[in-house]
Design a protein around this ligand. Structure first.
Ligand SMILES: [Zn+2]
Length: 104
């Protein structure tokens, strides 16, 4: 058996549990308050609450948990980019974003 960087010891049941917890959090007051701020966690752009989507900073499929510290509201643009980019490219995108936002 070879070791790969993405060889996490995840079983299907755990992934299902985390996804279920995410659904519960999505229905919570905590999540409604997060969305009510109307700001994307990643690009900080004002986004109508109805257009914010729930994102796991570390995806469930890579061992991320459905806990408040790992769940953020993000806009569709960021959500799509995060899915398309490699983790390394996504990190670069974020650091560019944050250097642009330095004036705040
Ligand atoms: Zn965004």
């Amino acid at each position: 058996m070879s070791l790969t960087p993405f060889a996490y010891d995840l079983d299907e049941a755990q992934i299902r549990r985390e996804r279920q917890k995410a659904r519960e959090l999505r229905a919570s007051q905590w999540w409604k308050r997060r969305c009510a701020k109307g700001v994307c966690h990643y690009c900080q752009r004002p986004t109508p609450p109805g257009e914010l989507t729930m994102d796991h900073i570390v995806p469930v499929a890579r061992g991320g948990r459905s806990i408040k510290g790992n769940i953020v509201p993000c806009c569709k643009d960021c959500n799509i980019k995060k899915k398309q980019l490699l983790p390394m490219e996504w990190d670069q995108y974020l650091s560019q974003m944050h250097s642009q936002n330095n004036y705040e």
